[in-house]
Design a protein around this ligand. Structure first.
Ligand code: T4K
Length: 401
């Protein structure tokens, strides 16, 4: 069977957009007011709506998630060592590095790929000040266990919830767990404000502190109370966020339907392992579509499948490979154990395209392509196999994408 490549690239993510008419209408208001940034009315409205959505008043908006997390660590006075995950986007670790905090990487659990609580507890030393866990792909971490460990050892518990907007556990917003959570509103996320970030936190005292830190440390026109930076959200971001927030339920439902179709189809393909379904208590947001590739069953390595998919214009992504401690800038600078689970997952993970308006016919076609690649594995020409085995090819494709 011949399957045609897609005419246009099918990317792993694609931003949700409100109607142009809705956005234009909002722009007119911005033009009339000529108020573009510095805690404008749309940022205030966005914050109010998010307070209602997340169920906490302790909430602060930022220009992006990375700066939000950097400021959180600084404002909370976290120093020394922080126990964190190697299986994440580099920004999680960068936020520690910019605060001169030493990341201590411990292994993840194999079900949802979040920090393994037993490994966390074993890694605690007198230098440990906090745990920074990540709700990878929007799946909640082991909340109860991490909370118990943090309390027992007097550590702060922070969540990088960049992927987890809209997730609930037992009817409670994920924003209400731990001492603090950071959400990313980047364009490629389930919900976005073009770029943007949000902190939610337990201690109301942090609100004033974060407000200072994101606005140069200004208390008023003539007083600077600390050396802050500039990390304010602007009105255009808030407009996008406000409009999309009103469509969030529809967006999650569309993604759920796509996820179901993928799962039905992929479950039948040998060598493609689906990530565990969320627990019954979780309202999931279907942020990403990760799968694990079993080389022996599929007849191809994950990297070979990734490259083959590109020939069909399916641009899957390697979120998150390599592991953060393997990036040149962190090698040798950080503490980490052997990380066997994280290493295995990073070498097998592939994130398939998932965005709100991905047509179910296109999901079927992506699955047909994977099926076709799987069934022809081993039947390729010597030339095919040679080019797929060339290590440098993956690096070139990744560098160009
Ligand atoms: N912590 C975690 C766990 C994170 O995942 C992230 C960000 C952060 C912290 C930091 O939050 P922010 O500071 O970003 O708020 C993307 C995103 O830029 C990044 O936000 C995200 N994680 C990461 C997982 O993915 P790239 O470099 O892979 O993005 P890029 O440009 O290759 O885009 C991905 C796909 O989306 C492309 O195939 C094309 C498509 N795309 C992208 C953009 C920007 C579009 O169709 N339209 C667009 O406007 O990092």
């Amino acid at each position: 069977m011949m399957i045609k490549p897609f005419d246009m690239p099918i990317t792993a993510a694609r931003p949700a957009l409100p109607s142009l008419e809705e956005f234009r209408c909002g722009l007119e208001g911005i033009w009339d007011r000529a108020w573009l940034t510095n805690n404008g009315p749309l940022v205030q409205q966005f914050r109010d709506n998010l307070i209602e959505f997340c169920g906490t008043k302790n909430l602060s908006l930022f220009v992006n998630g990375t700066l939000a997390l950097q400021i959180a660590l600084q404002g909370m006075g976290i120093t020394g060592d922080v126990i964190t995950t190697p299986f994440t986007f580099v920004a999680t670790t960068h936020a520690l590095f910019w605060n001169k905090i030493r990341p201590v990487f411990v292994d993840i659990e194999p079900e949802y790929y979040s920090l393994d609580p037993a490994q966390v507890e074993a890694a605690i030393t007198p230098c440990t000040s906090a745990i920074l866990a990540v709700h990878v792909y929007g799946q909640p971490c082991r909340l109860k266990e991490l909370d118990q460990i943090a309390r027992k050892h007097g550590l702060k518990l922070l969540y990088d919830a960049a992927h987890a907007f809209g997730v609930e556990v037992g009817g409670t917003s994920i924003a209400q767990f731990g001492d603090l959570s950071m959400f990313s509103f980047h364009a490629t996320k389930i919900f976005h404000s073009i770029e943007g970030g949000m902190l939610t936190f337990r201690d109301p005292e942090y609100l004033r502190l974060f407000d200072y830190l994101k606005n140069f440390g200004f208390k008023n026109e003539t007083e600077v109370v600390m050396p802050g930076t500039n990390a304010k959200m602007n009105e255009f971001q808030a407009l996008m966020g406000l409009l999309l927030l009103s469509h969030l339920d529809e967006m999650i439902e569309k993604r759920r339907i796509i996820n179901v179709r993928y799962r039905e189809r992929l479950a039948l393909i040998p060598g493609i392992r689906l990530v565990s379904q969320p627990a019954d208590t979780v309202r999931y947001n279907y942020a990403y579509m990760p799968v694990e590739v079993d080389e022996d069953e599929l007849g191809l390595t994950r990297d070979q499948l990734y490259l083959k998919l590109r020939e069909y214009n399916v641009l899957a992504r390697l979120y998150f490979y390599p592991l953060v401690p393997d990036f040149a800038c962190y090698r040798g600078l950080v503490a980490s154990g052997d990380l066997p689970v994280a290493r295995r997952v990073a070498s097998r993970i592939l994130v398939l395209p998932l965005y709100n308006d991905l047509a179910l016919d296109d999901v079927d076609r992506i699955c047909d392509i994977i099926e076709h690649i799987q069934s022809s594995a081993g039947r390729g020409t010597a030339a095919d196999n040679q080019s797929l085995h060339a290590d440098s090819e993956l690096a070139i494709h990744v560098a160009q994408s």
